[in-house]
Design a protein around this ligand. Structure first.
Ligand code: TRP
Length: 363
């Protein structure tokens, strides 16, 4: 049996270059290999409502932004099923039954939930739906029988929670659900790209992201303003390349082609040579930033171009989402049937039950 892959994003903001190296590129690569039977990419709009109930406009706006970002970076709707979580009511049914297989204490211990609760300053006012979203995520994954789930590190507790639900379900009601496996990005720098300000994570609220949809001017301005090594004051000073976002981005994005094209005299043949010069001193920040600008524009330009094309036909983008959602829904309907049957709730298709009960009354 071939693999079934499912992954997704909450539509709470435009996607940025951290998403590009962390997940989007990998999806584009995977869709062209034939190890996968099916690939599902979920825009988790229902999950996004769990902490945005007072601001659903944000969710609505970003469904389209995320869809445009997906398509413009090369995710092909003929190879991947892109769908909207909210359009599949059967996912809520699954969530409801899984809720009985998880304790409140277990949810409260989930490290990602814990961290998010703290970060969102919910205090004593945690919405019930927010608390339970890991269960709904288990429905997302198992609803499609997905065995491979590419995610960022922060999502590992969600996959673990899903695996526990699967094991409990199968133990109580018989082998029904597939236990998924998380797959992290292979390249270490791609696990989590720092923000342009040097903080550990790119986040919209910190204003330290380079978005896929940024204009050429925005990209240039953001890179020029990037944090580097704060002790690298004069060009002659030795500089640090570790924890220096400019070098981390070069590590994540530059290729031999970029070195060849930009350093036409062969000044630097690869990143190690550039790093070595910076570390021994004599290389200015702006010099390195200009190279990074070249690299990023080279990568973002085709994405921007495709986005401009897609923006001309928004109904067409929605059509892709609706068709994907219809196709995805059929999968979950099948799973829900199996789940209800395993739980003894599928009365309509259980003539045997009805007959045997009749029999009891006959005697
Ligand atoms: N929780 C994920 C995030 O915040 C999004 C998500 C929802 C997801 N359902 C999923 C990821 C299923 C992988 C599989 O990014």
């Amino acid at each position: 049996m071939k693999d079934i892959l499912l992954t997704g994003d909450r539509p709470t903001g435009r996607l940025h270059v951290g998403h590009l190296v962390g997940s989007l590129r990998q999806r584009v690569e995977l869709q062209d290999q034939d190890n996968f039977d099916k690939i599902f990419i979920e825009i988790a709009d229902a999950q996004a409502t769990t902490d945005n109930s007072g601001n659903l406009q944000k969710v609505q706006d970003n469904v389209l932004e995320v869809a445009l970002d997906y398509l413009s970076c090369g995710i092909d709707p003929n190879k991947c099923t892109i769908f909207l979580q909210s359009q599949i009511p059967e996912l809520s049914d699954l969530t409801f039954y899984y809720m009985n297989l998880v304790t409140l204490a277990r949810l409260e211990r989930n490290p990602t939930v814990k961290q998010e609760v703290k970060y969102r300053e919910f205090g004593n006012s945690i919405p019930v739906g927010f608390m339970t979203y890991p269960i709904s995520q288990a429905a997302d994954i198992t609803g499609f029988n997905a065995n491979i789930v590419p995610v960022g590190e922060d999502q590992l507790p969600m996959i673990e929670q899903t695996r526990e639900i699967v094991r409990t379900f199968n133990r109580l009601y018989g082998e029904t659900l597939v236990e998924p496996e998380a797959v992290l990005p292979k390249n270490k720098v791609c696990l989590r790209l720092p923000g342009t300000d040097g903080s550990a994570k790119m986040s919209k609220s910190l204003g330290n992201c380079i978005f896929l949809a940024d204009t050429e001017e925005e990209v240039e301005r953001k890179i020029k303003g990037m944090y580097t090594d704060p002790n690298h004051l004069r060009v002659e000073d030795p500089g640090k390349t570790e924890e220096n976002p400019v070098f981390i981005y070069l590590e994540a994005f530059s290729t031999p082609k970029h070195f060849e094209e930009y350093f036409t005299e062969g000044e630097y043949k690869n990143l190690d040579e550039l790093k070595a010069h910076y570390e021994r001193g004599g290389l200015g920040d702006m010099f390195v930033k200009k190279f990074l600008i070249y690299v990023m524009q080279d990568i973002l330009e085709p994405i921007r171009k495709r986005r401009k094309e897609l923006e001309k036909d928004i109904p067409g983008v929605y059509k892709i989402l609706f068709e994907g959602s219809d196709k995805a829904r059929k999968e979950v309907q099948e799973t829900l049937k199996k789940v209800k049957s395993a739980m003894g709730l599928d009365y309509r298709n259980n003539q045997e039950l009805i007959n045997s009960q009749q029999e009891k009354y006959n005697n």
